[in-house]
Ligand binder design. Structure first.
Ligand code: C5P
Length: 398
């Protein structure tokens, strides 16, 4: 994304916006206008965005690194935040007298403006006319809001809140993609069920398959919550990740993520937890026998989410990690759990699937079984999400 920061007291809020965007792993290139630089420094923008800030149109160093035309072409979206009355006027007039306006004139990328100005400037017929021109050209707008202003006046002209600007950005980035406007819940990784202060029960799940699915869902425009057990993976771009440890925590996080249109439960949830967790470390005592662990069953998240009711996702997909009779067991599991599709895979030691980068799956739905050839987990995710998009993308939203 390309973020243009123009002059105005609200420019400081662009820092918060960058922070929110970076938390979603959205890459942000910043252009700071000369008047914007009176309110925030290039150093602040650079520190938060993690990339050098562009300021001058005729800067030899900047041009040698990335020409201004390339800069406007490389982004999926251009956001002007805050957009001053002056910048809106120059945009409407088609001027190209600095880097920001030149980029805006040289681009055919979607543009979102977040105006911020004094209420009288906002209400001035010149600004009204400029906005009408920009709207007619298909420029999107978020805010401004009504409220108290830095200049001690009250009225419309306050910059929209960064969270609202983020929402507008996310929906523009997603629009046109098949899962735009759909909410997805994905679980991934193992769970850790504590025994005492230092030990836990776990399994070999790496989380790679679930992370790849979350990533592909986000790429197709879905609003994704990834509930992840302890894994060594980075959060995929554009995904809201919630880290949990135990099955009980995972269940709570899943419930909090509802409603969802689709739930893909790829986590290898521990079936049991210890009846009690010692607050200290269990001590080894010379001469006494090893301790016995009493276990109790964990909640079944998949069965719970698949149960009929108003909060049931339209499409629930479970995973069945099996070591033998994969298709038969997975088919039985689909019926027992009540999910719509189940992905059966062979996790026997020799396959290298658990923890590895490849998978060989059997996709089971109402119609029967599809045996997919061995492929990377990313490719499995891509094809599975394609299938999800075919189902959900073709339906009208409730
Ligand atoms: O019963 P089993 O663990 O074999 O079922 C696997 C499927 O059920 C996976 O989709 C897994 O995420 C889900 N599951 C669950 N809650 C559990 C156990 C498994 O959601 N407690």
């Amino acid at each position: 994304m390309l973020l243009i920061v123009s002059g105005g007291i609200a420019a400081y809020k662009s820092l918060e916006l960058i922070r929110l965007l970076r938390a979603r792993d959205i890459a942000v290139d910043c252009v700071l206008t000369r008047s914007g630089a009176q309110f925030v420094t290039p150093l602040s923008l650079q520190a938060l965005s993690g990339t050098p800030v562009h300021g001058e149109l005729f800067s030899l160093t900047e041009e040698s690194e990335m020409g201004h035309i390339a800069l406007s072409r490389s982004a999926d979206l251009i956001v002007v935040c805050p957009a001053s009355a002056d910048l809106l006027a120059r945009m409407a007039a088609g001027l190209a007298d600095d880097l920001a306006t030149t980029l805006l004139l040289a681009t055919d990328t979607a543009v979102l403006v977040a105006p911020a100005m004094n209420v009288r400037m906002w209400e001035h017929p010149a600004t009204r006319a400029n906005l009408a021109v920009l709207r007619a050209r298909g420029i999107h707008m978020v805010g401004p809001e009504e409220g108290a202003m830095a200049c001690n006046e009250f009225g419309r002209g306050r910059l929209a809140e960064p969270a609202a600007i983020l929402e507008a950005i996310l929906s523009m980035l997603a629009s046109g993609r098949p899962l735009a406007g759909r909410r997805a819940l994905v679980t991934a990784g193992p769970t850790h069920e504590p025994i005492d202060a230092v030990r836990y029960l776990a399994n070999r799940s790496s989380g790679k398959q679930g992370y790849a699915i979350a990533s592909c869902l986000a790429e197709q425009g879905a609003d994704v919550t990834l509930v992840s057990g302890p894994v060594a993976l980075d959060a995929p771009a554009g995904v809201r990740r919630i880290m949990v440890e135990t099955a009980v925590d995972m269940q709570l996080a899943c419930e909090a993520a509802l409603p969802a249109d689709v739930a893909v439960l790829a986590a290898a949830v521990g079936d049991w937890r210890t009846r009690e967790v010692l607050s200290g470390k269990l001590k080894k005592q010379a001469g006494s026998p090893p301790p016995e662990l009493a276990l109790v069953a964990n909640p079944d998240i998949l069965a719970g989410l698949s149960a009929p009711g108003p909060r049931r996702p339209r499409l629930v997909i479970g995973f069945a990690a099996e070591t033998d009779d994969i298709v038969a067991r997975a088919t039985a599991k689909r019926l027992r759990k009540g999910c719509d599709w189940i992905v059966g895979n062979d996790v026997s030691a020799g396959t290298g699937i658990m923890g590895g980068d490849e998978n060989r799956i059997h996709l089971i739905d109402e119609a029967g079984v599809e045996d997919w050839p061995r492929m990377t987990k990313h490719e499995v995710a891509r094809r599975l999400v394609e299938r999800i998009a075919r189902l959900l993308g073709g339906e009208t939203r409730p």
